[in-house]
Write a protein that binds this ligand. Structure first.
Ligand SMILES: NC(=O)C1=CN([C@@H]2O[C@H](COP(=O)(O)OP(=O)(O)OC[C@H]3O[C@@H](n4cnc5c(N)ncnc54)[C@H](O)[C@@H]3O)[C@@H](O)[C@H]2O)C=CC1
Ligand SMILES: C[N+](C)(C)CC(=O)CC(=O)[O-]
Length: 492
């Protein structure tokens, strides 16, 4: 067994604070049932509030590709949460003794094959798994806040973690849109938190020394390095800072500064004076804006950054590439031969001054529906990277009704015709569950050898996939409106 087909349906969450509730939202939005246990009386309200925020963010992050939601259930006991669970994500407070005690109970209650992942920010998995009867199924899956939007998750196994557990958990995280970073060697704080903590230590020292305030430290990041970190990180950025000679010149020029006493990297003592100073500066910085409002600002910015990165280069870049791969991976073929088309909710910023979905969004979502069909016939991003693609050469769009903000809509795609170089598609947009077309789009696509920049016959596998889809759609009548041209109505 390789673990590459691991796809849990019922996920237990143990601990439902910031991180546990964030995981629950990601699971639910990916069609998994999330059963959360947290003795805090606030856990239900918090989990529902975080799910509502996550739902709003995903509607903007993935318009058209929203999966069918799973259910969120709040369990009264740990036993109830674990009953029938096929995956467990532990997000208890960062206290090793507490985690070990609860993990031992989880281990005792669960069948041996169910993986258990811990969200710990830096505790060593070898220590957390030491008291378990089945330590091989335990692994660290360290996420980043907000879990429902940031794709990164670090996977770190302990000495007894099985290779199968790592693969299974990584497979599952990828399937729910995450970017897995395997930590090669067990180390306190893993990779990302060691970097974040170094910055945080230095920041606290600068505050104690009176060099900068919390707001100034944040400005030093968000107007500069933070912008480039979103897509290149430190090392690729520094390669570019080395000019044409790249990293070698960078190291030669700036390496000697490593010997200078620039950074302290030693956290100052958290005295009451320092705590008060940091907290007061943070209150001033927030200027009375509530945490919820800051969270919604953060989510809006993250969604826009990731969507922008999805349009960089042929396949998207950084987190944008992860998003594209996630969306493409969701495109499958239904039993009736139709690719699972675009489905989602019309976001509020798609509405124009007439109160309807604005014109160019129709073309966007019909274009995305075309991309899903191309993925389904084996002509997705890998295909494009390998030098072949389909170009749209003609489009006819009809507006027959109105889509409004918040309306759940779907696009269904038909292959009308195909030959060795051409693909003739017809998309129909309806309200979800309805039959009345609100808009249709007819496209002619040509198969292209992109390196030579000219039309070329499709490879056999793609032609076969098209033939299979057409055969499956064979019984359906030709859609009304197919082949129509724009013309003035005939006058009597
Ligand atoms: N907050 C963050 O930015 C991040 C935290 N983490 C890690 O995630 C874990 C959880 O952290 P947060 O969610 O921030 O903490 P939190 O304090 O927001 O939530 C912890 C929750 O655990 C619950 N709890 C306590 N004892 C319990 C028990 N016996 N059974 C079930 N629930 C219990 C508490 O009621 C609380 O709601 C920690 O290991 C932390 O290091 C990981 C990534 C980021
Ligand atoms: C502060 N923290 C160590 C809990 C942070 C993380 O673990 C990751 C994050 O979200 O920054």
């Amino acid at each position: 067994m390789t673990g590459q087909d691991f796809s849990p349906k019922r996920c237990a969450l143990v601990g439902g604070g910031v991180i546990g509730a964030g995981w629950a939202a990601r699971f639910v939005l990916n069609g998994r049932d999330a059963v959360l246990y947290d003795p805090s009386p606030e856990s239900r309200v918090r989990a529902e509030a975080i799910l509502a925020m996550a739902r709003a963010a995903w509607a903007k992050l993935l318009p058209g590709a929203l999966p069918q939601e799973g259910r969120l259930h709040i369990a009264a006991t740990l036993d109830e949460a674990l009953d029938g669970a096929d995956f467990v994500q532990e997000s208890l407070p960062e206290i090793e003794t507490l985690k070990c005690a609860v993990l031992a109970r989880i281990d005792a209650l669960l069948p041996a094959g169910v993986p258990i992942a811990s969200s710990t920010s830096g505790l060593l998995p070898t220590r957390l798994q030491a008291g378990l009867r089945h330590p091989g199924r335990f692994v660290v899956g360290h996420p980043f806040n907000p879990v429902y939007l940031l794709p990164l998750v670090e996977i770190c196994g302990g000495e007894q973690t099985s290779a199968e557990t790592r693969t299974r958990v990584a497979t599952f995280y990828r399937a729910i849109g995450m970017q897995v970073l395997h930590v090669r060697k067990e180390v306190d704080g893993f990779i990302a938190d060691r970097l974040l903590e170094a910055l945080w230590r230095e920041g606290l020292w600068l505050i104690e020394e009176g060099v900068a305030t919390t707001a100034e430290l944040d400005d030093a990041i968000r107007y500069g390095a933070g912008l480039r970190w979103a897509f290149m990180g430190t090392f690729l950025t520094y390669r570019l800072a080395g000019g044409d000679a790249g990293m070698r010149h960078f190291l030669a020029q700036f390496g000697p500064a490593l010997k200078l006493p620039w950074t302290r990297l030693v956290a100052p003592e958290l005295t009451q004076t320092l705590i008060d100073r940091v907290a007061t500066q943070s209150d001033d910085q927030a200027a009375g804006v509530a945490v919820r409002a800051l969270e919604s600002l953060r989510d809006e910015a993250l969604v826009k950054i990731v969507r922008a990165l999805a349009t960089v280069g042929p396949q998207g870049y950084g987190a944008g590439a992860t998003l594209n791969a996630f969306v493409a991976g969701r495109a499958t073929v239904r039993q009736d031969g139709a690719p699972t088309g675009w489905q989602g909710v019309v976001p509020p910023d798609w509405i124009d001054y007439n109160g309807h979905m604005t014109e160019h969004r129709y073309l966007q979502l019909f274009g995305e529906a075309t991309d899903r069909l191309l993925h389904a016939i084996g002509a997705g991003m890998d295909y494009v990277a390998a030098g072949q693609s389909f170009y749209t050469v003609e489009t006819h769009l009809r507006h027959l009704g109105q889509a409004y903000g918040g309306m759940a809509i779907t696009v269904r795609t038909r292959i009308l015709d195909a030959d060795d170089k051409r693909l003739h598609l017809f998309h129909t947009l309806t309200e979800a569950g309805g039959d009345t077309p609100l808009a249709t789009a007819e496209h002619m696509l040509v198969h292209v050898d992109t390196a030579r920049g000219r039309g070329a016959p499709m490879p056999g596998a793609v032609a076969e996939a098209i033939a299979l889809l057409r055969a499956a759609q064979g019984g359906e009548p030709r859609p009304e409106g197919a082949g129509r041209a724009i013309a003035m109505p005939r006058r009597p």
